[in-house]
Write a protein that binds this ligand. Structure first.
Ligand code: SF4
Ligand code: MG
Length: 321
């Protein structure tokens, strides 16, 4: 099957006064139509940069320094800002952690939804309103006709995120990139929002890139997973394979830190140390200062992501150098 998205050797750098820093090192991943993938890692791993670079939205001084982003077969990484607008918010929708990043507080929900539609489609205002109501129904907003007249502050946080999802559906996208979509919400609401998002992706056959630090959410939502550390993908595979049998010591640590794998009465596990800053990436394997399996070679040579069993892993424990 033709790929929906094919990210090839993507390199992102930041040009700072003090020098150029690399934020993404030759990232590779792909998505078939309707496929769902989790991009996982602690904050600072490069997940959001990867998500933003797909839609060419990395904020300056960041820039794409190499590689390709093929979307439906076309390299969109070279598109101009104007040309990218035909894709972004249209064929590819983005959902952010804070719904207020998407919603305009001074416009009614109806105005925001119909304006989005009228910007991308040649339809009448009434048709736009009908589509908006349909999309609000899909995310289970009660009495959508009446709700269209209301403003963002008249909704709860969970309802606002549902509206953002409804907005992302307006243009029938083939890909949704969701960056920590439930992190700002109450735990009880988080599951509700993820259920809606998953149901819609399945029903409407939309691809999903779910960016999150929460491996638990990824295990319930996605078919495959890429674990990121210090701007690299360090492990890739089918979600169930990675969760059941993680190979990279970092992935093993993330799983050990999940509340479910935690024994009552014991302190929740934490991977020792912290994610390095972009300007202080350690030599060799960037995880070596935090790794309890490190060998001599680990501080000398950066392991490449290579096939191992059913997935891929970047760690000297699995490959002869
Ligand atoms: Fe640990 Fe070495 Fe593997 Fe890095 S390469 S994760 S330091 S064992
Ligand atoms: Mg982030």
């Amino acid at each position: 099957m033709a790929k929906l998205l094919d990210v090839q050797d993507l390199v992102v750098k930041f040009a700072l006064r003090t020098g150029t820093l690399t934020a993404l090192y030759n990232i590779n991943f792909s998505l078939a139509p309707g496929e769902r993938m989790g991009l996982v890692g602690e904050s600072g791993a490069g997940k959001s940069v990867a998500g933003f670079s797909i839609i060419n939205l990395i904020s300056k001084p960041g820039f794409i320094a190499g590689g390709k982003v093929l979307f439906e077969g076309k390299d969109i990484s070279k598109y101009s800002f104007e040309k990218m607008r035909t894709i972004r918010g249209n064929k590819i929708s983005m959902i952010f952690q804070d719904p207020m990043m998407t919603l305009n507080p001074v416009l009614s929900i109806g105005t925001q939804m119909t304006e989005t539609l009228l910007a991308h489609k040649n339809i009448s205002k009434q048709e736009a309103e009908e589509i908006a109501i349909e999309c609000l129904k899909k995310v289970y907003i009660p009495s959508p006709e009446r709700r269209l007249k209301q403003y963002p502050h008249e909704f709860s946080g969970g309802m606002r995120q549902r509206i953002v999802i409804a907005i992302s559906l307006l243009t029938n996208p083939s890909l949704i990139i969701a960056d920590e979509p439930t992190t700002a919400l109450d735990v009880t609401i988080q599951a509700e929002i993820m259920d809606i998002l998953l149901e819609l992706c399945v029903k409407e056959k939309m691809g999903l890139i779910l960016i999150t630090h929460d491996l638990g959410v990824v295990s319930q939502t996605t078919q495959k997973i890429a674990v990121m550390y210090a701007g690299r993908i360090v492990e890739k595979g089918k979600t169930m394979d990675v969760i059941k049998s993680p190979k990279h010591p970092y992935t093993q640590g993330l799983i050990k830190a999940l509340p479910q794998s935690h024994e009552k009465g014991k302190k929740l596990y934490q991977i020792p140390g912290i994610m390095p800053n972009l300007n202080q990436i350690p030599s060799g394997c960037p995880f070596h200062p935090r790794c309890s399996f490190k060998k001599k070679i680990c501080s000398e040579l950066d392991p490449k992501l290579q096939p191992f069993e059913t997935g891929e892993v970047a760690c000297h424990l699995y490959h002869n150098v």
